[in-house]
Design a protein around this ligand. Structure first.
Ligand code: SF4
Length: 369
């Protein structure tokens, strides 16, 4: 029968599934239930993730009948850009709109030294870290796997990077291990060899120290690099910065890290936000070095990116250098994160928190009118 070229219409009554929420095995099952060949999932993954197609109609190596069935049962959504700011240092910050109207932030960092996408895993965050703007939102909701991967798809398309190699860090809004299942599903979709095929070695997951979830992660077949937000070498200081420390203390976290299986030549990154007069002393650096002794670790020092509403200051350059020197003298690999995108408010949560406040103000204005 000759192929018809008539446009494919979705039946308004047909229930639709968001295709980008499915891992490839899940898509295979869904296709099987519709009477389609399961192996078509690999073809569809190539279209959506490798070629950036968002219309079933464009999948021209599928028969018209296949495309008709797919269009009737699936949608393909990519979050639109609500705002895109480019910093003078090359950092690009995106505010993306989700289907329920909420917003998440994603950041492109051009030279770390590779190209990196920093993506969110939750709208807001429940962890309440004292130096973090996202914490002021509380947890609004978890992102779905499709919404997590959708940030990568949107940024890769907007920046024309789909065919290039890039790193991904789960370090945007939210605690990824607090949204464990969806984050892991997103990881499987990102790493799928028929899709974007991102090597898990190029993906880093940053956690504030949910110990049971770190243990669970240690048993996953596909494992990202692990980054742990430590921020202080003693429980009394850390508990004032990271409330979760009252449940899982530093010793529990470091023990879990010692048990974490590491690939050859890989290390755990310990993130340390430097706050003037709080955790930036030479003594704190010595204690941190002692804590990490014998671990395959590197420390990433992050001088605070100050923002209105955050009651901490950035240490002086001398204090930052002094802290790093103490670690380096004790054989610890240490890097100092450059302040990125200060002119575009690239601190985590800055745009979304401002946006949420604006929405609330807008709602109030709407109510008064
Ligand atoms: S620093 Fe990370 S874990 Fe802590 S509140 Fe902010 S987003 Fe959540």
């Amino acid at each position: 029968m000759p192929e018809t070229t008539a446009p494919i219409k979705r039946s308004p009554e047909a229930p639709s599934v968001e295709l980008t929420e499915l891992t490839r095995p899940e898509l295979e099952d869904a296709l099987g239930e519709l009477g389609l060949e399961r192996y078509r999932a690999a073809q569809i993954f190539q279209w959506v993730y490798r070629r950036g197609v968002s219309e079933v109609e464009a999948m021209t190596d599928l028969s018209h009948e296949h495309r008709r069935v797919l269009a009737e049962h699936f949608t393909i959504t990519t979050p639109p850009v609500a705002r895109h700011d480019v910093s003078s240092d090359g950092t690009e910050k995106f505010l993306l709109t989700l289907q329920d109207g909420r917003h998440v932030e994603s950041v492109f960092i051009p030279d770390t030294p590779n190209q990196t996408f920093c993506v969110s895993t939750q709208v807001g965050c429940a962890m309440g870290c004292a130096f973090c703007l996202t914490a002021t939102m509380g947890l609004v909701r978890n992102l779905t796997p499709g919404e997590i991967v959708g940030q990568v798809r949107r940024l890769a398309d907007t920046l024309h990077l789909r065919d290039e190699r890039f790193n991904i860090v789960f370090m945007g809004m939210g605690e990824p291990l607090h949204n464990y299942d969806n984050t892991m599903a997103a990881l499987r979709i990102l790493a799928d060899p028929h899709g974007l095929a991102v090597n898990p070695k190029r993906i880093t997951l940053s956690t504030v120290g949910l110990v049971p979830a770190i243990e669970r992660l240690a048993a996953e077949p596909i494992m990202p690099n692990l980054a742990v937000s430590l921020h202080a070498p003693t429980d009394d200081v850390r508990a004032t910065l990271v409330p979760l420390n009252r449940k899982y203390g530093i010793a529990d976290i470091v023990d879990a890290c010692r048990r974490f299986p590491l690939a050859r030549r890989s290390r755990i990154t310990f993130e340390y936000v430097l706050l003037a007069g709080v955790n930036d002393s030479v003594d704190a650096a010595r204690r941190l070095a002692g804590l990490l002794h014998g671990l395959r670790a590197k420390v990433n020092l992050i001088p605070l990116n100050p923002a209105a509403g955050i009651p901490f200051e950035r240490p002086s350059d001398e204090r930052i250098d002094g802290f790093g020197r103490v670690l380096a003298e004790r054989g610890i690999t240490v890097s100092v994160r450059k302040s990125r995108g200060r002119d575009i408010r690239a601190a985590c949560g800055q745009l979304a928190v401002e946006g949420a406040k604006k929405s609330a103000a807008q709602r109030l204005a709407d109510a008064i009118e």
